[in-house]
Design a protein around this ligand. Structure first.
Ligand SMILES: NC(=O)c1ccc[n+]([C@@H]2O[C@H](COP(=O)([O-])OP(=O)(O)OC[C@H]3O[C@@H](n4cnc5c(N)ncnc54)[C@H](O)[C@@H]3O)[C@@H](O)[C@H]2O)c1
Length: 275
């Protein structure tokens, strides 16, 4: 018996990193998965983004757990595309129980643009409006299912404390989006409680995924020593693993967390305690 037998989860940013780990973890507990990812490069992002092959690999890993995954290339900034993917999943699986709004990017001011406006817009569009779009496409289905549900929004330690001294690039947009989704989470936790739908956010410190484990990020950090000095965890680890975040997600979406809603849950090795 899995903790999520018979349930269906919708996951954004499912091609790799934390989204893939969540898909595998939920499938291992019995859930079928509907997953989307943009699977394309954005010109404000300095590290390689996910590919269609990555998304296929996630689906294969879900199948290895004995569950099914319907995977679509879709952009969370495009509400119609998110709705289409959710609706296709419902047509196939007949229900929706869990929503993980996980997709995200770390945008920077890169040549040839050289100013922060595009990086700001990418950050807000993907990680604030994209989360709102995900809620619009899914909440009515959770309500009409009549079985309650659980929504987890991936924020960041950057959604609780501003560990930066930078005013340029995507850093400001990243913090604004990650703080912004806490407001969304609280508003929806209040609004959806009567339907037994729980809404929480998770706040990891650095996670061992291609967003930060790439050729660009260490150089950026080295060039910004004040920010680097604020990114030191209390516990003796630089990064947590995607599975550590998946374990927190599993707690929030399973019956173990049945009375937990409106929570900003850290998986941050103590980062926000010390900075
Ligand atoms: N890695 C970290 O250190 C860290 C720390 C705290 C929070 N986060 C957050 O965790 C979440 C997952 O990131 P990750 O660490 O797995 O990084 P990742 O880059 O490995 O995965 C993010 C996924 O989101 C997808 N994505 C980006 N923009 C999208 C869009 N517009 N529409 C659909 N999909 C899109 C990417 O293609 C990628 O597959 C993000 O919200 C990120 O901001 C990451």
């Amino acid at each position: 018996m899995g903790q999520l037998d018979g349930k269906v989860a919708f996951i954004t940013g499912a091609a790799r990193g934390q989204g893939r780990s969540h898909a595998e973890a939920l499938a291992a507990e019995g859930a079928d998965i509907v997953g989307i990812d943009i699977c394309a490069q954005l010109d404000t992002v300095a590290y390689p983004m996910a590919t269609p092959e990555d998304l296929e690999e996630t689906a294969a890993l879900v199948e290895k757990q004995g569950r099914r995954m319907i995977a679509h290339t879709a952009d969370v900034r495009d509400l119609a595309a998110v709705r289409a993917a959710v609706d296709a999943g419902l047509a196939e699986f007949g229900r929706l129980d869990i929503v993980l709004a996980n997709a995200g990017v770390m945008a920077h001011s890169l040549p040839p643009y050289g100013n922060s406006e595009r990086a700001w817009q990418t950050s807000i569009d993907t990680m604030l409006t994209g989360v709102w779009n995900t809620l619009q496409a899914t909440v009515s289905h959770l309500i009409s299912g009549g079985r309650g549900g659980s929504i987890v929004i991936t924020s960041s330690a950057a959604g609780l404390r501003a560990q930066t001294t930078e005013r340029s690039g995507g850093a400001d947009g990243y913090f604004a989006a990650k703080f912004g989704v806490v407001g969304l989470m609280k508003a929806y936790a209040g609004a959806l409680g009567e339907y037994n739908i729980r809404v929480n956010s998770i706040h990891p410190c650095g996670v061992d995924t291609p967003m930060v484990v790439n050729d660009f990020f260490p150089n950026w950090i080295a060039a910004h020593p004040k920010t680097a000095s604020l990114l030191v965890n209390a516990l003796p680890t630089e990064l947590v693993e995607p599975a550590d975040v998946s374990n927190a997600v599993l707690f929030l979406v399973s019956d173990t967390g049945r009375y937990v809603t409106g929570l900003t849950m850290t998986v941050d090795a103590g980062l926000t305690t010390v900075h």
